[in-house]
Design a protein around this ligand. Structure first.
Ligand SMILES: *Cc1c(COP(=O)(O)O)cnc(C)c1O
Length: 291
């Protein structure tokens, strides 16, 4: 028989969520996630999805996924470090590197997992991570997993960040992380100022381009391109799950950084690779954006 105190704890927690208005019961949609969606047989205008370019239901992405299923099947079988990569994994990483104009890239099953794996691979107990107060939950979780000292500066406050940098010289490495477009407020991080501070204080800087990929910059590469900072950042991650209309997270960068992540990012190593069809759809989405 399950532990009674445990069951009581769970139902108390649910009740508390309901009483505080934080309980969520997502709607079920009977259509693709386009700008109009069908819920309970009624059509609604949707403002909540991240499918910014409408690619999630694009015929070209669907065709690419179907062809990949026919050639490679659905599942990918295992972690890539165990079984090897399927060709679509490799082609996607090459496509991403070209899209972001970097030497190489690495693809994770989601953006969430990219942040967990990358941050925990880059910093540890001797280090500190310094993040914007409104950074995405996956960044916060990656920082916690890394066991580096977590420090938070008020939203987009460069003076406060500088204060923290001045006060924390004792750490082996200092990693500054920010969303480029903030996921809930939609505002743009002051990337030029952040890069300047990072260089001035010898810190590493990582930018999360989840919401900016496919949306900002002349080639749609993101806010880093928008600000002309492509040679200035240490780590740039993004997701294929938003404007690209598919699924997966990625880091694009130098051969060595990507090689290191392949060896060290646990959310890449200890999990099954993306289905090849998801990679094929991402390749198609990136091509549309590039064109
Ligand atoms: C959505 C989002 C992620 C996670 O990406 P998924 O591919 O959905 O897991 C990471 N960082 C930010 C800023 C996001 O908005």
């Amino acid at each position: 028989m399950p532990d009674q105190a445990f069951l009581q704890y769970i139902s108390d927690q649910l009740l508390m969520l309901k009483q505080s208005g934080l309980y969520r019961d997502p709607k079920v949609i009977d259509s693709p996630t386009d700008s109009r969606v069908i819920i309970d047989e009624k059509s609604y205008l949707a403002f909540c999805s991240n499918n910014y370019l409408g690619l999630a239901n694009d015929e070209r992405l669907k065709d690419a996924a179907v062809s990949a299923i026919q050639k490679y099947g659905w599942g990918s079988g295992a972690s890539r470090l165990v079984c090897g990569s399927l060709r679509p994994h490799q082609v996607l990483e090459q496509t991403l590197a070209r899209f972001k104009a970097t030497q190489a890239s690495i693809v994770f099953p989601s953006g969430y997992m990219a942040n967990l794996g990358v941050i925990s691979a880059l910093v540890g107990q001797q280090d500190t991570v310094i993040i914007d107060r409104l950074c995405h939950a996956s960044i916060v979780d990656g920082c916690r997993l890394s066991q580096a000292k977590l420090q938070v500066y008020p939203h987009c406050d460069l003076d406060a960040l500088e204060g923290i940098l001045k006060r924390s010289p004792k750490y082996a490495r200092r990693l500054i992380i920010t969303d480029s477009i903030f996921s809930m407020d939609g505002d743009l991080a002051p990337l030029p100022g952040l890069v300047k501070l990072a260089r001035q204080y010898g810190a590493i800087i990582m930018v999360d381009e989840a919401h900016a990929t496919g949306v900002l910059g002349q080639h749609g590469r993101g806010a880093v391109e928008h600000f002309g900072l492509e040679d200035e950042l240490d780590i740039v991650m993004g997701t294929l799950s938003k404007a690209v209309g598919s699924l997966g997270g990625f880091v694009a960068g130098s051969h060595e950084v990507i090689d290191f992540l392949r060896q060290r990012a646990r959310s890449f190593i200890y999990t099954t690779a993306l289905p090849p069809a998801a990679c094929a759809a991402s390749i198609a989405g990136l091509k549309i954006i590039a064109d």
